[in-house]
Design a protein around this ligand. Structure first.
Ligand code: NAP
Length: 300
């Protein structure tokens, strides 16, 4: 059967691509299924400066380089959305809208998606002034005033990135302290066209002619902006495995130290599992470790 693989990886982010790299180089029959662009979260990251060996690189560029590596190794990269997972004896059946695939091992490298504020008009103005990706949508606001919401590393990095193209960036954060490291927040505070509104929160998005016009803040003031970027954290994209009984109460996949779920032939790694450090290097490490576990098992 042509759609049969030793291992199928769901998720073509850095964890999934690293697992494929290690498996394919060891002669394993492996395929990646991905519903969006290769690279996952890094496609939404403007600048990466903590990936060893590379001084500075844009997320989409690193994603493309990794994807080229997949192509060079002839790893099938199937751009399809998985809709169902079925376990039968020792086989796993992965269904997409138009196909069914069978594998002996499954790697879930499902990553995370940006959280939303869930406030009035957010859904309506999504893509009409509200964005979750500075590298994708930042250029739309060249020489315009925008706001960023959040106080983690993503919010700080993307505020700095946007300050280079927008006339003014207002960073709104609900606490006085940031989660990002001091060197990054020091850099942020030194940039003249960044304004801080802390502590403060957005309570409503206000529209004009179908587009975002201004923000209503918790202190009652209004802020006129052309765009607003939300970076308030991430949530695991694990909906497809809801019926497998492998998720914890926060929706993350539970694994043992060998990245194995309660099913010995289903592994999970990258940002869809709970861990102390969510970074590209740790996602890559998870990918390599999952591949290693599968190769060890296959050689027995
Ligand atoms: P994060 O660290 O979880 O920060 C989320 C921020 O949003 C926090 O400041 C939080 O405020 C705020 N927030 C959450 N819910 C909110 C709400 N409902 N209203 C207003 N504010 C809210 O998320 P992140 O910045 O996306 O980072 C996620 C992980 O990826 C982190 O581990 C980070 O280190 C990592 N990361 C790494 C890199 C890199 O290595 N280059 C780049 C980006 C991110 P409080 O602080 O008050 O909770």
């Amino acid at each position: 059967m042509e759609n049969k693989y030793q291992t199928i990886i769901i998720g073509g982010g850095v964890a999934g691509m690293t697992a494929a790299l290690y498996l394919k180089r060891a002669g394993h029959k492996v395929a990646i299924i991905e519903k969006e662009a290769p690279g996952g979260q890094i496609t939404r990251t403007s600048s990466i400066e903590n990936y060893p060996g590379i001084l500075k690189i844009d997320g989409p560029e690193l994603a493309l380089t990794m994807y080229e590596q997949m192509t060079a190794l002839e790893v099938p990269f199937l751009f399809q959305e998985v809709v169902n997972l079925n376990l039968e004896n020792d086989s796993i059946f992965v269904s997409t809208k138009n196909n069914q695939f069978e594998c002996e091992n499954l790697i879930l490298a499902l990553g995370r998606n940006p959280k939303r504020l869930e406030i009035e008009n957010e859904q309506k103005l999504s893509g009409k002034g509200i964005s979750w990706c500075a590298v994708c949508d930042g250029p739309l606001y060249k020489n315009k005033e925008v706001a960023v919401i959040g106080g983690g590393r993503s919010a700080i990095e993307e505020t700095i990135y946007l300050s280079k193209m927008c006339s003014k960036v207002t960073l709104i954060h609900r606490r006085e302290e940031f989660r990002a490291e001091k060197s990054l927040t020091d850099e942020l505070r030194a940039i003249s066209n960044i304004d801080l509104k802390i502590p403060n929160q957005v309570s409503k998005f206000i529209e004009k002619d179908g587009y975002l016009d201004r923000l209503l803040l918790e202190d009652g003031s209004e802020l006129k902006v052309s765009g607003c970027f939300e970076f308030i954290g991430q949530e695991p994209s694990t909906k497809i495995c809801e019926n497998l009984g492998i998720l914890d109460s926060d929706g993350y996949i539970e694994v043992n130290k060998d990245y194995q779920t309660k099913y010995p032939n289903i592994y999970a790694g990258g940002d869809c599992i709970k861990k102390d450090l969510y970074q590209i290097v740790t996602a890559c490490a998870d990918g390599a470790m999952m591949a290693e576990q599968i190769l060890k098992k296959s050689s027995k």
